[in-house]
Design a protein around this ligand. Structure first.
Ligand code: MSP
Length: 485
């Protein structure tokens, strides 16, 4: 049985989740669900990143002790994913005692094997990124991501010997053994690595909110080193560097460009030090901007996930997220554009198709024939084959899923929805069922078979709707799937 291990980044708990976090998490959920329908052995990991300066500062600003603060915020992420119908297999928190224990074990091993040494560090540090920055990373002295000036950090520190993995990493990335998608992102990372990899500081002297270094308790662990290890502890690793979990390595690690560089250098560096296989693929999706501006609380333009669900329902929100980003590219969204898309594709598109067909079928009573799931799509298959010359729509969709092209998959399916709505018009089905019931019945059979197929293939994206379609076709009860907004 093929395995499929997928991860999202673990999110900082300095605030509640926004739609950027929701996008990555729902995207991972869609991929996990697709692989579950193929009967693959799936493990889907998400969670929260709870240590470091950024979180400690947020707790201080709220006047709440760190642990209480992170407990509360981690809960908001869990609740959000529940509302979004996200089917993760584990939600890891970096304050989990098991995770902390594994981080300590790992660091001790790396220290014993002399991958860690003590030295002096001086550099510019962006608290927003929780990363050191070079002059090239700044615009007018400020971090590009956070538009804030980094602070100068100067301290004795423990270093991880990342520089020794430069050649191996370059080779594994350029050969796609460790694949980075899309290609432009791979090229960016490669040119960064070719400019030289420095050893990195992995300890903090004055950050109390972190995991103490096991070999020198006057320091805490750099939050990124702590965070990366979640991908191992979250899937049942016991901290032993001579064996890795059964599901290892991840088939896909999803994230956005903001955190690619560290994921393509420090993270695989740690794995190489253990001698563990690297993740098969990192997929970098684009960024949402709102009305052409970066989303930010200070700009007051953040779209919160709960608002999206309130307005469009769970499946409506999932659909809008997944159809908004073209693979790998950024996308601008606004409430107006979202509502337009919802009404066009869901209310007038799929929802209208299902209710029209079920209504026209009243008194005629065409039933869905329960065939094997693959041939259930036979009608859709014929249509898609004509257009794409692909051997079957399932293979075609599977290919698009492998390439992580959600919008393209939805476009493909929605072409069938549009085709079916047009077919009803062309056949004037409402007249045909009366004038020529035999012919009308045939058209209805085609349509019902198509809708049943669509109901199946949308299930990773719209799990509730998929169930509802199944029931509607079974009972013949007309229900509005997506009320207009
Ligand atoms: N804690 C680190 C990750 C550690 S993983 C070992 C972190 N957390 S974060 O809360 O800042 O989340 C960053 C991720 O959230 C991005 O990589 C992306 O997956 C998602 N998004 C955050 N803002 C986004 C947009 N505006 N648009 C799309 N997704 C973005 O970095």
């Amino acid at each position: 049985m093929p395995k499929f291990y997928i991860t999202t980044p673990i999110y900082y708990v300095n605030d509640k989740p926004h739609i950027g976090h929701a996008y990555t998490t729902v995207a991972a959920d869609v991929l996990a669900r697709w692989h579950k329908t193929k009967n693959d052995k799936v493990f889907f990991l998400t969670g929260t990143d709870e240590h470091g300066i950024k979180v400690a500062q947020a707790a201080a600003a709220a006047g709440i002790p760190e642990k209480e603060f992170v407990d509360e915020k981690a809960q908001t992420f869990k609740e959000a994913w529940q509302e979004f119908n996200v089917s993760y297999d584990n939600f890891i928190r970096t304050t989990d005692s098991n995770h902390i224990l594994n981080v300590e074990k790992t660091l001790q091993k790396l220290y014993d094997r002399e991958f860690i040494y003590k030295g002096d560090y001086e550099g510019l540090y962006c608290v927003g990124c929780e990363q050191y920055k070079t002059k090239d990373d700044l615009i007018e002295g400020k971090c590009r991501e956070h538009n804030q000036e980094p602070i100068l950090m100067k301290e004795e520190s423990y270093f991880f010997k990342l520089s020794q993995f430069k050649k191996t990493l370059e080779k594994k990335i350029s050969s796609d053994e460790f694949e980075i998608q899309p290609k432009e992102r791979k090229n960016e990372v490669l040119s960064f690595i070719r400019r030289g990899l420095k050893d990195i500081s992995i300890s903090r002297k004055n950050v109390g909110w972190g995991i103490p270094l096991p070999f020198d308790k006057s320091y805490t662990t750099y939050v990124w080193v702590d965070a990366f290890l979640n991908y191992l502890t979250g899937v049942g690793w016991s901290g032993k560097t001579d064996s890795y979990p059964e599901m290892w390595p991840p088939e896909v690690q999803l994230m956005s460009k903001d955190i690619l560089r560290v994921h393509a250098t420090i993270w695989p560096g740690i794995l190489l030090a253990f001698g563990f296989p690297l993740p098969k693929k990192i997929f970098v999706h684009g960024y949402f901007t709102v009305n052409n501006q970066k989303m930010g609380k200070s700009l007051g333009n953040v779209i919160w996930p709960e608002e999206l669900i309130k307005k469009f329902g769970v499946d409506g929100a999932r659909y809008l997220l997944m159809s908004s980003l073209v693979s790998g590219q950024d996308s601008d969204i606004s409430w107006g554009k979202l509502a337009e898309k919802y009404n066009a594709d869901l209310a007038n598109g799929l929802g209208n198709l299902v209710s029209r067909v079920v209504k026209l079928n009243e008194g005629i009573g065409v039933k869905v024939e329960r065939k094997k799931s693959k041939t259930e799509l036979s009608f859709m298959e014929a249509k898609v084959k004509k257009r794409t010359k692909s051997s079957s729509p399932i293979e075609n969709l599977d290919k698009l899923f492998k390439e992580i092209k959600f919008k393209e998959i939805l476009d493909e399916i929605w072409q069938q929805v549009a085709w079916a709505n047009k077919y009803i018009e062309e056949k004037k089905l409402w007249e045909l069922v009366k004038a020529n019931p035999k012919e009308g019945k045939k058209v209805l059979e085609n349509l019902i078979s198509l809708i049943s197929g669509i109901g199946e293939v949308v299930s990773p994206f719209l799990p509730e709707t998929s169930e509802k379609i199944k029931n509607i076709l079974k009972t013949g009860e007309v229900k509005s799937l997506f009320p207009r907004v």
